[in-house]
Design a protein around this ligand. Structure first.
Ligand code: SF4
Length: 224
């Protein structure tokens, strides 16, 4: 699949529903609309990364406010301290785009770059945004492991690989937390439950589960 140029991301309007939604989001209590990023949120991280972590989409009052994936919402509040604990960043905190956070051996983005209503992108929106995912991974020449957070990110990444001819049948790669697949291009795909506040609060994912999975991912990046 050919990627769009990432330079076109800031003004992308390929998903009319999402463009409309961006214009309608009411700021959280105590915040003003001018504080909000309210446009596509690009990935960020180490350009030499071996690990590419792909989430679903920006949170309305998290990444869509701060302009950086998983920054300023519950999913990031859970995840960033654990990425620090596993040696993939320089600090545990991540609450704004200028907070000094530096990722090491890790690049983070989302399958869909604009916030969707109810956190549910449509099939066509995943499809429209996949070329940006391709463009991002094309800029990671050392990439060895792709960690997908949640089924939506997993399915979209595997669909990208199908379109690229890297796999033949999606049904051969079922989603399960911890499932690890080595694709024909040598890249590992590791599925993880999403670190959403709901999943954390219901115990679907715990700190220990996430840390264990990231240690496994680091081992694959090193020895896989
Ligand atoms: S979700 Fe992706 S493809 Fe759709 S408008 Fe946003 S940046 Fe463009």
């Amino acid at each position: 699949m050919t990627g769009y140029a990432l330079e076109s991301l800031p003004c992308c309007a390929k998903c009319p529903r999402l463009v409309d939604y961006l214009g309608s989001i009411e700021p959280a209590k105590g915040r003003s609309r001018s504080e909000y990023w309210n446009r596509p949120v690009p990935g960020f991280g180490d350009p030499r990364a071996r690990i590419f972590l792909v989430g679903l989409a920006p949170g309305a009052h998290g990444a869509n406010r701060t302009g950086r994936p998983f920054t300023g919402d519950g999913a990031g509040d859970f995840m960033y301290p654990l990425l620090y604990a596993t040696g993939l960043s320089n600090q545990p905190g991540a609450d704004n785009i200028d907070d000094g956070l530096i990722l090491t051996d890790l690049y983070i983005s989302n399958a869909v770059k604009c916030v969707p209503p109810q956190n549910k992108p449509l099939t066509a929106e995943f499809k429209h945004c996949r070329p940006y995912l391709t463009a991002e991974q094309n800029r990671l020449p050392n990439m060895k492991v792709v960690v997908t957070l949640g089924r939506g990110a997993f399915d979209s990444y595997m669909r990208l690989c199908l379109d690229d001819g890297i796999l033949q049948r999606l049904g051969d790669f079922p989603f399960a937390h911890g499932a690890s697949y080595k694709l024909s291009n040598g890249v590992w795909v590791v599925a993880c439950y999403h670190t959403s506040r709901y999943n954390v609060n219901t115990g679907r994912i715990t700190e220990q589960m996430f840390v264990d999975l990231m240690h496994h991912v680091r081992d694959l990046a090193e020895n896989g």
